[in-house]
Design a protein around this ligand. Structure first.
Ligand code: 4F9
Length: 233
């Protein structure tokens, strides 16, 4: 899976995208993350990427020309048009289900905005989908883009060392994960639930399912409702 990120701050991707799991996934060729500087596609001598909003108002707006040209450079001659996603608080809020669907794509272009926004003609013409990572406002789309790349990448076969590990955990089946413990069996007077030391795998499985159900109902009643609705279909 190839991610091309159009951004004014390409260096912000270096650290996160080279870190352990994502770094290894790139070395193995399972994913490729390219951060492309929109400013490299400016045409004026000041390398200007933004301008005042028509009609007045605060802040600056990202201009069409550098983004259109960067997009053209990325897609020229491609047989299959990559999906273009704009990270925006106006988008659909990211869910695990959306990430699973996106993990089937081969090539995604992520557009990160800054300033007060981007010229609407960019969205009209180039953007296939707007995605939000939650109902809050950030200073730019870079962190949301990294969140989305991380969330999609770990679903690609081979990216996680333990292939089973994402099928059991949080949100995969719509429930929260059961509690986990590791050694020692007692830490400063706090014991681990006895059943986990019993070696009785069927009972342990049952206990974990009960724990998942109980804590989803208590901590995330919204997810619990959704789970119940889906399980009687
Ligand atoms: C994008 C916030 C996606 C949440 C982009 C300012 C954003 C965002 N999800 N906020 N620019």
């Amino acid at each position: 899976m190839k991610f091309d990120v159009l951004t004014l701050f390409p260096e912000t991707f270096d650290l996160v995208m080279k870190e352990s799991i994502m770094g290894r996934a790139q070395e193995k060729g399972l994913i490729e993350v390219n951060a492309i500087n929109i400013r490299d596609y400016t045409k004026d001598k000041h390398r200007k990427v933004d301008d005042y909003p028509f009609g007045g108002g605060n802040g600056m707006v990202m201009m069409c020309q550098p983004v259109f040209d960067a997009h053209r450079a990325l897609t020229e001659g491609l047989e299959v048009k990559p999906k273009v996603i704009y990270m925006s608080p106006q988008g659909r809020v990211l869910t695990q289900k959306m990430a699973v669907e996106l993990s089937c794509e081969k090539h995604i272009i992520l557009l990160c905005g800054h300033y007060e926004g981007i010229d609407e003609r960019i969205i009209d013409e180039l953007v296939d989908e707007e995605i939000s990572i939650g109902d809050y406002v950030l200073t730019g789309g870079e962190l949301p883009a990294m969140v989305l790349i991380d969330c999609i990448s770990r679903l690609i076969p081979g990216v996680l060392s333990n292939e089973g590990s994402f099928s059991e955990e949080s949100h995969f089946n719509g429930l929260l994960e059961y509690p986990q413990y590791t050694r020692p069996a007692e830490y400063e007077g706090r014991p681990v639930p006895e059943i986990l030391l019993s070696g009785h795998h069927a009972n342990i499985r049952k206990w974990r399912t009960q724990q998942s159900l109980e804590r989803t109902g208590r901590k995330r009643p919204d997810l619990y409702e959704e789970f119940l609705k889906n399980s009687d279909e």
